[in-house]
Design a protein around this ligand. Structure first.
Ligand SMILES: *[C@@H]1O[C@H](CO)[C@@H](O)[C@H](O)[C@H]1NC(C)=O
Ligand SMILES: *[C@@H]1O[C@H](CO)[C@@H](O)[C@H](O)[C@H]1NC(C)=O
Ligand SMILES: *[C@@H]1O[C@H](CO)[C@@H](O)[C@H](O)[C@H]1NC(C)=O
Ligand SMILES: [Zn+2]
Length: 491
């Protein structure tokens, strides 16, 4: 009996000295590698770690200074009251124990559809990693306080729809444990590309289902979840087909490295990591996991998601929160701002009537499709800066078009006008149309000339094309200059 107790105690000590294994939740790291497929094994391991007296005692001290779930709800309600012109609050569902999963949306037009990208931040996926939920309230308040004062705050509020879910796992938080009230690790509960255990959607946890419905409802361009227990920006894939640990990049590996580096290099010292070069890591190269939220977002929601480990200490003393916010602030802001400061953006129109077409955007050499919005046919395609990309727009019933762009540090605006299949009109003119010029004037142009003769059409397109070529040169130079000034990293 004594021996057993000693053994148990040593195990606990051992477990608590492996912070990185707890971060993404690598209970399977210490268990056999096949245990990812057995939730009950994982939860018994969790019991071993967490449901003991010393932890419970330590917890009383830990929660000091942290918001309770009620405090958090109150803080969010106060926020949307104080900043009602740039925010709204809504719930995406309820936890197992019936706590609403509250979201704040920050935008100059909250709740309205615009031709803007949307970003989501999710905190507290793991109940015992509460730093994220606090940081997200700091972030919201900073944006409200600095809107129209600080250029970065203004840029985000005016050009992005930022959705913030401070706590995905309020039950786990109030119980002081990793999983939800059913003891399920929510970052193992999503459908997976290699392990088909989670495919039955009805058996998902309510918190997981809420996220899945949310991501289907709102077309997020990118997102990040905040975890604790390490200091690194983690990107897909998180799992490998053969369950072994090695670098396994997704089709957008370059883009993900670029995004992760924005986070790590804007951070106080994440990029100085000795364990992770540059402060970033491919998920599977660190340790593979299955059923995670990150890979699901990229595969099923068209959303480029990072998993951010924002502090080595999962549950630091609350007095450290302001400094952790200070360390992460520019990272959190720059990551959201990267949605409009980089990448290719535009809209897809029909050449017939100038109507927006909710088509698709692909990039040659990258096996991934980005969907344009239903209402405005706007698309937002994140890409790492590189010399040349060939961008292709497609829409069923229309001829697809492709254009080559040069992507420096700054963003590129690129609209497409597609011809209906079977029409001969404009087939030789289409390349002129694709130039990178002001989308608004082009739309007006298309609408204005909707019913005019082809000859007039032709002359104007040639003139417009010429002007566009001239402007394109100038815009490119300007972009380069602007980008040089924009990409500042501050601590
Ligand atoms: C999971 O583990 C439990 C107990 O260890 C066992 O009874 C069950 O059969 C396992 N399930 C799977 C799918 O391996
Ligand atoms: C970053 O700074 C914190 C606080 O000074 C320190 O505890 C941590 O070890 C540093 N991490 C790295 C990777 O330099
Ligand atoms: C592209 O990705 C899809 C999955 O999204 C896959 O089924 C397909 O085989 C891939 N194609 C190539 C050429 O790799
Ligand atoms: Zn975590």
């Amino acid at each position: 009996m004594n021996l057993m107790q000693n053994l148990l105690f040593s195990l606990l000590i051992l477990a608590s000295t492996i912070p990185s294994s707890l971060a993404k939740g690598a209970f399977k790291k210490s268990l056999a590698s096949s245990d990812f497929s057995n939730a009950s094994n994982a939860s018994s391991a969790r019991h071993l770690l967490e449901d003991n007296d010393s932890r419970a005692k330590r917890r009383v001290d830990l929660v000091q200074g942290y918001m309770t779930n009620d405090d958090l709800e109150r803080a969010m309600k106060e926020f949307v009251q104080r900043c009602s012109n740039i925010s709204r609050m809504y719930s995406i569902g309820k936890s197992v124990n019936g706590v609403p999963l509250w979201v704040i949306e920050i935008s100059d037009k909250p709740g309205e559809e615009e031709t803007e990208p949307a970003f989501k931040y999710i905190g507290n996926v793991h109940g015992d990693e509460p730093v994220g939920r606090e940081l997200l309230i700091f972030l919201a308040n900073w944006l409200c306080d600095n809107h129209l004062k600080d250029p970065l705050a203004t840029l985000i509020v005016e050009n992005v729809h930022l959705h913030i879910l401070p706590s995905m796992n309020p039950d786990g938080y109030s119980l002081g444990k990793r999983g939800n009230a059913n003891n399920i690790d929510l970052n193992r509960d999503f459908p997976d590309q290699f392990v088909f255990l989670n495919d039955d959607e009805d058996s998902r946890q309510p918190e997981t289902r809420a996220i899945m419905d949310w991501a289907r409802d709102i077309r997020f361009t990118a997102s990040a979840t905040l975890h604790g227990g390490a200091l690194v920006a983690n990107y897909p894939w998180d799992g490998t087909r053969d369950k072994r640990t090695y670098y396994y990049g997704c089709p957008d590996d370059d883009t993900f490295q670029f995004m992760s580096s924005i986070y790590s290099h804007s951070h106080y010292n994440m990029s100085l990591s000795k364990e992770f070069p540059g402060g970033i890591t491919n998920g599977a190269a660190w340790y593979p996991l299955y059923g995670g939220m990150q890979d699901w977002n990229y595969i099923h929601a068209g959303c480029f998601e990072l998993t951010l480990e924002v502090s080595d200490d999962k549950w630091p003393n609350a007095s450290e929160l302001p400094i952790i916010w200070k360390y992460n602030k520019m990272s959190m802001l720059n990551l959201v701002a990267s949605l409009v400061k980089t990448g290719v953006h535009g809209r897809i129109y029909s050449s017939g009537d100038g109507r927006p077409l909710p088509g698709f955007i692909t990039v040659s050499g990258i096996n991934y499709t980005v969907r344009a919005g239903k209402a405005f046919a706007d698309y937002h395609r994140l890409l790492a800066p590189r010399d040349k990309y060939e961008v292709v727009a497609t829409m069923p019933g229309y001829k697809s078009k492709n254009t080559t762009i040069w992507l420096d540090e700054g963003p590129v605006t690129l609209d497409f006008v597609l011809d209906p299949e079977g029409s001969i009109k404009g087939s030789i003119l289409q390349n002129v149309y694709d130039c990178n010029c002001n989308s608004k004037s082009k739309l007006e142009f298309v609408q204005f000339f909707g019913g005019v003769h082809l000859e007039v059409y032709f002359v104007f397109i040639v003139i417009l094309g010429f002007l566009c070529l001239l402007f394109q040169r100038r815009v490119k130079v300007k972009n380069r200059q602007a980008a040089g000034a924009k990409r500042t990293v501050v601590v």
